[in-house]
Design a protein around this ligand. Sequence first.
Ligand code: BES
Ligand code: MN
Length: 467
Amino acid sequence: MADLDSVLGCLDLNLDRSVERLSALLRIPSISTDPAYREQCRLAAEFLAGDLSAIGFEAAVRETPGHPMVVAHHAGPAPKNGKPAPHVLFYGHYDVQPVDPVSEWKTGPFEPVVEERTDGTKRIVARGSADDKGQLMTFIEACRAFKAETGGLPCRVTIFLEGEEESGSPSLNPFLDANREELSADVALVCDTNMWDRETPAISTGLRGLVGEEIVVKAASRDLHSGYYGGAARNPIHVLAKILADMRDDDGRITIPGFYDGVEELPEDVKESWQALGLSDETFLGEVGLKVPAGETGRSVLEQTWSRPTAEVNGISGGYTGEGFKTVIAAQATAKVSFRLVFSQDPDAIRAAFRKFVEDRLPEDCNVEFHPHGGSPAIQLPFDSPVLQKARVALSDEWPNPAVMIGMGGSIPVVGEFKKRLGMESLLVGFGLADDAIHSPNEKYEMSSFHKGQRSWARILAALGEG
Ligand code: BES
Ligand code: MN
């Protein structure tokens, strides 16, 4: 306990320096999906491996066919009564999403600034501040403080940082398989999720799965004059728009045959615990300027985002979109579509069902190309593991309100792979907030998230180390 107090004190004293370290990482534009930033991804990996070496981890940048991984090891304390200290694997991702539309940013996406509000609270603004660089640094800072104050760590710790999380993790599975022994631990700690609200920490017990698919509909052999050919020639933008519109009925249900296979109703007790969180649809949507839930009718927004599957169009393009006007019938049209999955929905089956749905609706003179962009099933974690109970107490000690258990509409594919490939459960604890604007312009991380997140990990590590 005395150790923990001094570690917490160390974190308080060094907050400014930890913000400087985070800022240095945020200045590296590690956008994994865009090949132009390949070197920057490497630089971010090298920065982190360097920082971990500096605090006594045996750390290395590890090659993959894509962006490198960072793997670092630190021994735990000597066995107590013949029992070795627990071994935890911490996972985070150093890559970030693209920054467009860049004109919407008030400050440079890779020029981190600390902004103070009139009420004295602060936030760190930059791409990746919340997703996931700020979050992963909360754990590293907790380790740094433990080392500084006690000379060691309360658990054996492996740190595993990925650089392709935001682009479908193409190198992840082969890397996990090739390094199974090295990466297997008693539990994975993942810091890439949200709190319930500013005062209430949360443990996420569910994540939705994801299927990404790009489709290209092609018609004529070249772009056409829309007067000369208009009316006679098939317009692939119309074809694509109709297919996409057909995916949802007026009640917000997805119409793809077989889409709901494996989807169950929520158990009553879970439904009740979500209701008890007391979030109204208006509050959830009001923050982003909306009012009316657009998903399946008769379900709350928490149900819609945490326990129901969805199909979303993420991008659509074709024809002339530049300045001015051009009368043209494009030769092709493209859409990027993603499906969020729940329960036991099978990613491969969903992809196949979508492709068939598109092909069945393709008129004469059109053809379609499909490009897959990753797939992962939904995750459901146990509610009652000892690790979860310890984390719950540790979080409740740190924050004004006790920790709650929540679902999460986003996806973190690695969690399912840890279970499947390494037989390892995960603990999902993160300090993001709904208004952090992850994936959007002006992404920010609350200073309280960064600071109390560090303190939370120190408490969790100490609690896990007690065995
Ligand atoms: N940190 C997010 C997941 C998340 C989203 C957690 C919202 C909490 C709230 C994660 O980095 C992410 O965005 N994942 C992608 C995965 C995809 C690109 C494979 C996602 O969910 O879109
Ligand atoms: Mn993300």
